[in-house]
Design a protein around this ligand. Structure first.
Ligand code: APR
Length: 253
């Protein structure tokens, strides 16, 4: 049960803010049926990230990455946004949310309607729907390649084809981190939701926003290593907490 006083404080911060930036991680999507990475039973318990999500390993043998992909893709493809994604899109329609910075590749912010009123969406860890050949750079869509009858897809040039998601050991997409950091300099409030904040450089975002004077509202099921930065820490599930928060923001508190 989320602390009522803290909810009121967070709602007041949101009411007072006109340039809210949201920073989301995998925890926002668990209520949509997609496991996060580091919770008990999370993805990295099922797949050792040093193997399945390592770029170096992908270069040696892409088949394990593609094995994981095949098992995860169905879940992600069928997932619907939950109350937290929908509340963020609603705050955008209310003119409050101006940007969403996400570590997720599940596209659930977009499916919920984020971006439709002009908010920018920064996908720090890449885009799932697009692929490219890591040798010649040729771009593909999923419907252009066969991933079912092979261990891994290969380009005409013989290079390995890979979704444009960031594996461990790879750089972030060009310019996206800089643009996201720039958003933080404009933010009067940063809502951090569903992230353990363990992965750099994405986890620089909260402290940068704080340095520029933004108020920080955290919504997370567990404590994070950066709780000290939060003006309000709402411990609870993303969907339930955000639903209550939005209701308070819309009421006369
Ligand atoms: N509501 C609120 N918080 C939740 C919920 C929920 N329903 N479900 C999980 N959480 C919290 C967990 O308690 C945890 O603190 O979300 C956090 C998820 O943390 P991680 O699994 O580490 O996910 P994330 O922070 O997004 O990981 C960052 O690591 O491996 C990489 O590239 C991957 O983008 C990912 C990055």
């Amino acid at each position: 049960m989320v602390d009522e006083d803290k909810l009121l404080k967070a709602a007041q911060i949101i009411k007072d803010s006109n340039y809210i930036v949201v920073f989301s991680g995998a925890g926002i999507s668990t209520e949509s049926g997609i496991d996060d990475f580091r919770s008990p039973g999370g993805l990295w318990e099922q797949y050792d990230p040093n193997i399945y999500a390592s770029y170096q390993y992908f270069l040696q043998d892409p088949s394990l990455f593609w094995k994981m992909h095949k098992e995860v893709e169905e879940l992600v493809g069928e997932a619907d946004p939950n109350q937290a994604h929908l509340a963020i899109a609603e705050l955008e329609r209310m003119g409050k949310v101006k940007a969403v910075i996400t570590q997720n590749i599940d596209m659930l912010h977009q499916k919920a309607g984020s971006g439709q009123k002009g908010a920018k969406i920064y996908q720090l860890h890449g885009e799932y729907g697009k692929l490219h050949c890591i040798k010649c750079g040729n771009e593909y869509n999923f419907d252009e390649i066969d991933t079912n009858s092979v261990d891994y897809p290969v380009c005409e040039c013989s290079g390995y084809i890979k979704p444009k998601v960031v594996l461990f050991g790879e750089s972030l997409p060009h310019g996206v981190l800089e643009s996201a950091m720039n958003e933080c300099s404009n933010a009067d409030c940063l809502i951090v939701i569903g992230s353990s904040l363990l992965i750099s450089p994405a986890n620089f975002i909260p402290s940068i926003a704080k340095q520029y004077g933004a108020k920080l509202v955290f919504i997370n099921r567990e404590n994070t290593i950066m709780d000290d930065l939060a003006d309000v820490f709402l411990k609870g599930s993303a969907g339930e907490t955000f639903t209550k928060l939005l209701k308070m923001v819309k009421s006369n508190i």
